[in-house]
Ligand binder design. Structure first.
Ligand SMILES: Cc1cc2nc3c(=O)[nH]c(=O)nc-3n(C[C@H](O)[C@H](O)[C@H](O)COP(=O)(O)O)c2cc1C
Length: 173
């Protein structure tokens, strides 16, 4: 793949909140999980556990534990990433694994969306997650509905977030 094609994949990742009622085969799911597994982590601790959820009833139930999770039941599958959250970098590491999985899905033509499970304790209970684990994120995956064009991409301009050498020093235009 050419450099600009790879970059286009990274730049064009958007969240998918509408999925087709179409399953994703286990081979494809395995590739996505593998991308998560391969993520780097602080001290190479690999603090994550991945819970793969394909059962519609479970997706439906989980959606009740997030405030903005109404699209979760329409996903083909979801991955819940848990961490011990005993080391200050655990959440950053989980984010790396999550983004790896979402980019892999994007490369494979699938959409995804991170979903916060605000009622974390209820979600943990439902999924039998041990008390010493925290839910870092739930990610919904599936075939995106092709009909809906995504809204405008809203991101802060680089000048607003970039500092050169020291905080507060803006790039010279
Ligand atoms: C940690 C995190 C939690 C998120 N939780 C939710 C969520 O609960 N529900 C949801 O629909 N989107 C959720 N999102 C997606 C964000 O809303 C999305 O990344 C942002 O609005 C940019 O969307 P875009 O790439 O489509 O422009 C979450 C994203 C992150 C990084």
């Amino acid at each position: 793949m050419k450099d600009d094609q790879c970059l286009r994949i990274v730049y064009s990742k958007r969240e998918t909140r509408e999925f087709l009622d179409k399953p994703v085969d286990m081979e494809t799911i395995s590739k996505i999980l593998e991308a998560g597994r391969r993520a780097g982590s602080a001290k190479n601790r690999q603090p994550w556990q991945f819970i793969l959820i394909r059962d519609k009833e479970n997706l439906q139930k989980l959606s009740e534990y997030g405030q903005f999770a109404q699209h979760l039941p329409s996903a083909a599958f979801a991955v819940v990433i848990t961490i011990p959250d005993t080391y200050f970098q655990d959440r950053f590491d989980a984010g790396r694994a999550a983004q790896n999985m979402m980019l892999a899905a994007h490369i494979l033509g699938l959409g995804s969306c991170p979903i916060t499970l605000h009622s974390e304790e209820k979600a943990k209970h439902y999924l039998n997650i041990p008390g010493d684990q925290r839910i870092a994120i739930c990610i919904a995956f599936g075939h995106p509905k092709p009909s809906k064009p995504l809204g405008k991409i809203i991101r802060k301009p680089l000048q607003e977030i970039l500092h050169i050498e020291k905080y507060g020093d803006q790039p010279k235009s």
